[in-house]
Design a protein around this ligand. Structure first.
Ligand SMILES: NC(=O)c1ccc[n+]([C@@H]2O[C@H](COP(=O)([O-])OP(=O)(O)OC[C@H]3O[C@@H](n4cnc5c(N)ncnc54)[C@H](OP(=O)(O)O)[C@@H]3O)[C@@H](O)[C@H]2O)c1
Length: 302
């Protein structure tokens, strides 16, 4: 197969040697015409997508594909696969666990107290006293739910279609999830339906003293509504990894808000060592004439 690698962000030298070792009989190119069989892309170079009408597969290097779907040059007749990378999934699980425990153990408050040399203990809770609401029970949300359940947290989840995940109370009605949640973790894809989902009305439904963890995409959260809910004292803290504009502009009030922890879209990075194995499996499926898993549903937008 002729396999094109095109990215303005991911360096080919990080990926190609690993891919070539798993797919030794295939030809890898960095530029190509209409004869490409498989294209591996992440922010591809301009003009690349337009020439992929004859390809058998476009493989994204990222889990979120909203930017590719927005591109009018993306051929809609070619299957588009998201990358579901075990290394990235593990990283996201760790991040969700870290922020949830930061909230549950009130560590963010002790860090604040240290600034004023304040020695004051807060009430202790057991994990089973708290419910974590996961918005988006997909690959990442489902993986993150497991260690939370193992620690004893109650977990409720929101998905578009009805779902069964062991130990998790799953709902398709967001209202039901938010009303039960002490801390809400957003792991949704960004679509027309999910944009702005964490707005004033919905944020107020989260239990008092709760927290918000957004590791999905910035526009899921309405920034000024979140600030209002934090300032009102209804929610205690927000952990934000993603923003409407990235890098987060220097003058953005989120940088200095005392109830906000900012990370630079680092919740989970693609891990080439594990990702290439999944990409190679997808390419082998194409070689056998099969459809690889995790294909994007163009209608649903993710
Ligand atoms: N910050 C970071 O570093 C980072 C890293 C990786 C990924 N991400 C983000 O995480 C997102 C999720 O990734 P994933 O691999 O877990 O995606 P996924 O497997 O496609 O799961 C998405 C989940 O969201 C649900 N959903 C979608 N639209 C919905 C709606 N309108 N109402 C209710 N639920 C809805 C889906 O419901 P169904 O189960 O019914 O389909 C599914 O459960 C990615 O799209 C990406 O933006 C962020």
């Amino acid at each position: 197969l002729k396999i094109l690698f095109s990215s303005r962000i991911e360096a080919p030298e990080r990926w190609l040697p690993l891919l070539q070792s798993l797919l030794p009989e295939d030809e890898f190119v960095l530029e190509g015409g209409n004869d490409i069989d498989v294209a591996i892309v992440a922010s591809p170079h301009p003009g690349v997508l337009k020439r992929l009408g004859n390809a058998k597969l476009i493989q994204s290097l990222w889990m979120g594909v909203e930017r590719l779907l927005e591109d009018p040059d993306l051929p809609r007749n070619v299957p588009l696969a998201r990358l579901v990378d075990p290394g990235m999934t593990a990283a996201m699980t760790e991040t969700v666990l870290a922020h949830t425990l930061d909230w549950h153990r009130r560590l963010y408050r002790y860090r604040e107290q240290q600034k004023t040399r304040t020695w004051k203990r807060f009430r202790q809770y057991m994990a089973s006293d708290h419910t974590v609401g996961i918005l988006g029970m997909g690959a990442l949300g489902t993986a993150a739910s497991r260690p939370l359940l193992d620690l004893g947290f109650k977990v409720v989840g929101w998905s578009r279609r009805a779902k069964t995940v062991e130990g998790v109370a799953c709902y398709t009605d967001l209202h039901e999830v938010l009303l039960r949640s002490d801390v809400v973790v957003c792991l949704l894809p960004l679509t027309a339906q999910t944009q702005g989902v964490l707005n004033l009305e919905n944020l107020k439904k989260i239990r008092e003293g709760g927290g918000v963890i957004n590791c999905a995409r910035g526009p899921h959260v309405v920034r000024d509504d979140l600030i209002a809910v934090l300032d009102s004292g209804h929610l205690a803290h927000a952990w934000l990894d993603v923003f409407d504009k990235e890098p987060l502009p220097e003058d953005d009030p989120l940088w200095t808000h005392p109830k906000v922890s900012v990370t630079p879209h680092a919740a989970a990075l693609t891990e080439p060592r594990t990702a290439v194995v999944e990409i190679a499996k997808n390419i082998e499926a194409v070689r056998r004439g099969e459809r690889p898993p995790h294909l994007v549903d163009f209608q649903a937008g993710y």
